[in-house]
Every structure is written in structure tokens, then in C-alpha cells.
Design a protein around this ligand. Structure first.
Ligand code: PLP
Length: 443
């Protein structure tokens, strides 16, 4: 449904909560100013209602999590049914059947589908933990001899120290640099042009050929960058990485935490290229709203890397394989595994892309993306500032939107998959209006 704004935004209740939060929460966490944030109370499908009774149209899926829609019926019913029976178990000691089924299903949907032999899984909590589990796997696989990892500029893998080390956005990395271990080599992420790929090819050869190159054990990559600003590389990018990995005995780790589960119009973004990674990191839309993620690897690679548990797992946590998260994920995977889900995303994505491309403004540098992972890059000269103004203006109109990219100048469109045609037309019309009226002004 289209937005229904009944109060000024933020409304009085949101403003009061923001004032309380400002006093109670570390001031670095939630951004608070006169125009931000609104406090959510309920949600359904593509809509969110705030505490003041305003209805919003969500173009973010709340960080690409609510892909199947907010409070999607399957995961919600599974959550409620599970909560009636058992809320918490002992993940790596006495787990649940749900954990068994989820590991089996993830193994099948990845390496089972790709190679005919199901992958093996380490379940985690946040996305960054899944990335760190993959980094640990790569190190163990090399018997500790190849700790180096090639990662990419603009990459976002989360904010734990391991994930930060391989992150390519200096804003997050720099304040903590002194506590990071220097094992990553960042190479430029190719942003669409084949020429970029040739440069990357040369940089890869150079990095692997120079002294210490033989201590690099893995390449970690997002098949398309999400937080980095919806950056889609040339088609030959993943095949190039696969070839390099095979030639040098490196593991290819795909971080599909953002792109996974049909976001780009295929179950995984890797599927577009036919490239099979050695490890894949999954999260976000996996459950549709519970903090559960996974690192899945080729079975024999996982067995080579990880020793049999002696009773003390090398990588685990209190909430590993959480019963509520497993139940939600199993229900969400049923939807994601249906070919109609991917096809629906591809169709809606084409329509949204066409609507965004129809917007005319000298401030637009590029409109790009695939499926329902689209970005509108605004002119970098004042672009970040303009993007923030668009995001705030949209919020006042009841549209939830985010800006990303290293300069904050890319408007990111990652709506729930059920975005309808009238909502798509509305989004295009509003963006046209914002860029026409905000480009010249400073408010
Ligand atoms: C590609 C990618 N990897 C990892 C993460 C980190 O996930 P989390 O925030 O759940 O730790 C994100 C989060 O946006 C992401 O987009």
C-alpha cells in the first residue's frame, strides 16, 4: 500500500522516544536529529507503521532482511509455533531437529544444487560472524600457512574485527586500525567496465606473484556490493576470480549476505555467472528477521579444515542454531527455493529499474543494479548531501529509503519482493519530484 502520513514526521511519539534514546543509548548508535528517526510499531508486507500511526512504504526491506515482506506469514507462523514449544536449546551440545533440517537444507540449496553433494554448515548469529567463520575455515584449510586474504575496496563484510580487517570502507576500519591484524590485501572492485577487470587481473597477478603472495589463502568477494553502493561488476569478474583461485590454490569465498536469497533475481548472485565458490556466507533474508547467519562450504573442504569436535567447538556461540531462527529460516527457504520467487523479483526489478531510469535529472550519474537491488548514484559533487536530503524528504512523505556507497551518494532501492506496480510508479514519480526540487536548494 502507498504511504499514509497523518502527523508531521517524525511525529510527537517518535520525537519523545528519540529524546529518551539519546539519553540512554551510546550516542554513536542511532542517528538522531530533528528529522530522524521514526520508531516502528508494526509492519506487514511492504508497509511499516510507526508509533504515531503513520504508514510507510519500505524500500529498504530493513537492510535487505524482509525480502519476503515484513511479518511474512510462513516465517511468522513458524516462529510462533516454535516459541510455543521451545525457545532456546544448546546449539553445539544438545541441539534441536530444526538445526539439523536447516543445515541439511542450506547444504542442498548451495553445493548440493551446484555440485551434487550438499555443503556443510557453520551456523552463526550476525552476518559478520559468518564471514569470520569463512576466514577461519580458509586458515584452517591451509593448516595455518596461508593467512592472507584478498578482499576489495568498497567491500562491507560487517564490523567484527575479523570482518573489519577485510572491509574496504575506511570509515568503519580506520578508527580501529591499531587493533586490526594486517592480513588483508585490498584490490579495486571493478565497477562495471571491462577495463577495470584488466587492471584487476594485473593487480591479482602482481599481488600473488610478489614476495609473501604464497601466504595468501583466499579471495573474499561480494558478487555485487550492497553497502558499497549497489555496485555490479562486469560479468567476467567472478569467472576471473575462480580461474585465479584454481590456478593458485586459493579458496573463493562469496559473501552473499546481501545478495543471497533472490535479491538479485536468482537464488544466489553467483548463479548468474555459473561460478561455484568454495565457501558462501549467508544471512539477512535467510530468516526474514531473526539474527541467524551461516557459512556453508564444500563438504570435503569443510572436513579437511575443521577437526572433529573434541567436545569444545572451535567456533560456536551461546545462541548457535537458535530454535526460533532455524524455524523461521526453514519457512523462509521454502519460499526462496520456489523458482517463481526469483522470477517475480526479476520482473519487479525490471519495472522498478525502468521507473528509476525514467527519472530525468542532471544530478543522476548512474542508475544500476539487478533484480531488486538497485542504486541511483547522484553526482558526487555535493551528491552525498543531496542523497541525505532525498532520504529525509522521502521519510517526510512516508517512504523509507537509505543512501550508501563510500561517499554516501547512492540511493539504494532494496524493497520487499512484493512491491506492486502502483508503488513502483509512485516511487519513480516521487524521486523525480525530489531531484527536481531538492537539487538546487539546501533544505
Ligand atoms: C555483504 C555483507 N556482508 C556482511 C554484512 C554484515 O552483516 P551483519 O550486519 O548481520 O553483521 C553485511 C551487512 O550489511 C553485508 O551487506
Amino acid at each position: 500500500m502507498l504511504p499514509d502520513v497523518r502527523t508531521e514526521i517524525p511525529g510527537p511519539r517518535s520525537r519523545a522516544l528519540a529524546a529518551r534514546l539519546r539519553r540512554a543509548e551510546s550516542r554513536n548508535v542511532t542517528f538522531v536529529d530533528a528529522e530522524f528517526p521514526v520508531f516502528w510499531e508494526s509492519a506487514e508486507g511492504v508497509n511499516v507503521w510507526d508509533v504515531d500511526g503513520n504508514r510507510f512504504l519500505d524500500l529498504t526491506s530493513a537492510f535487505a532482511v524482509a525480502s519476503l515482506g515484513h511479518n511474512a506469514p510462513g516465517p511468522r507462523a513458524a516462529l510462533l509455533a516454535q516459541a510455543e514449544r521451545l525457545i532456546h536449546a544448546m546449539g553445539d551440545v544438545h541441539p534441536t531437529e530444526g538445526k539439523v533440517r536447516l543445515c541439511e537444507r542450506l547444504g542442498e540449496l548451495t553445493f548440493g544444487r551446484w555440485l551434487g553433494q550438499p555443503g556443510k554448515v557453520v551456523l552463526c548469529g550476525s552476518g559478520f560472524e559468518a564471514v569470520e567463520a569463512a576466514l577461519k575455515t580458509a586458515l584452517l584449510f591451509s593448516k595455518g600457512k596461508r593467512p592472507g586474504v584478498i578482499a576489495f575496496t568498497g567491500a562491507y563484510h560487517g564490523l567484527g574485527y575479523g570482518a573489519l580487517e577485510v572491509g574496504g570502507l575506511p570509515y568503519f576500519r580506520e578508527p580501529f586500525r591499531a587493533q586490526l591484524k594486517d592480513f588483508a590485501t585490498l584490490l579495486p572492485y571493478p565497477a562495471g567496465a571491462t577495463a577495470d577487470l584488466e587492471k584487476l587481473d594485473a593487480a591479482l597477478r602482481d599481488t600473488l606473484g610478489r614476495r609473501g603472495g604464497d601466504r595468501i589463502g583466499a579471495i573474499l568477494v561480494e558478487p555485487a556490493q550492497g553497502r558499497g553502493g549497489e555496485v555490479f561488476p562486469p560479468r567476467e569478474f567472478l569467472p576471473l576470480l575462480r580461474t585465479v583461485c584454481d590456478a593458485h590454490g586459493l579458496l573463493l569465498i562469496a559473501d552473499e549476505i546481501y545478495t543471497g536469497f533472490n535479491r538479485t533475481g536468482a537464488l544466489f548472485a553467483c548463479d548468474h555467472s555459473g561460478v561455484v565458490p568454495d565457501l558462501i556466507c549467508l544471512g539477512k533474508a535467510l530468516t526474514g528477521g531473526f539474527p541467524l547467519s551461516a557459512c556453508v562450504g564444500r563438504a570435503e573442504l569443510m572436513d579437511t579444515a575443521w577437526p572433529e569436535s573434541s567436545g569444545e567447538a572451535l567456533h560456536t556461540s551461546t545462541f548457535l542454531g537458535h530454535p526460533l531462527g532455524c524455524a523461521m529460516a526453514l519457512a523462509a527457504l521454502e519460499e526462496h527455493a520456489r523458482p517463481e520467487t526469483a522470477a517475480g523479483v526479476a520482473r519487479a526489478g525490471e519495472r522498478l529499474l525502468a521507473a528509476l531510469r525514467a527519472v530525468r535529472s542532471p544530478k543522476i550519474k548512474a542508475v544500476r543494479g539487478r533484480g531488486l537491488m538497485l542504486g541511483v548514484e547522484l553526482d558526487a559533487a555535493g551528491g552525498g548531501d543531496l542523497a541525505v536530503r532525498v532520504v529525509k524528504r522521502a521519510l517526510r512523505d512516508g517512504v523509507l529509503l537509505l543512501a550508501g556507497g563510500p561517499a554516501g551518494n547512492v540511493l539504494s532501492f532494496t524493497p520487499p519482493f512484493g512491491l506492486a506496480d502502483d508503488e513502483i510508479a509512485f516511487v519513480g514519480a516521487r524521486l523525480q519530484e525530489y531531484l527536481t526540487f531538492l537539487s538546487g536548494s539546501s533544505s
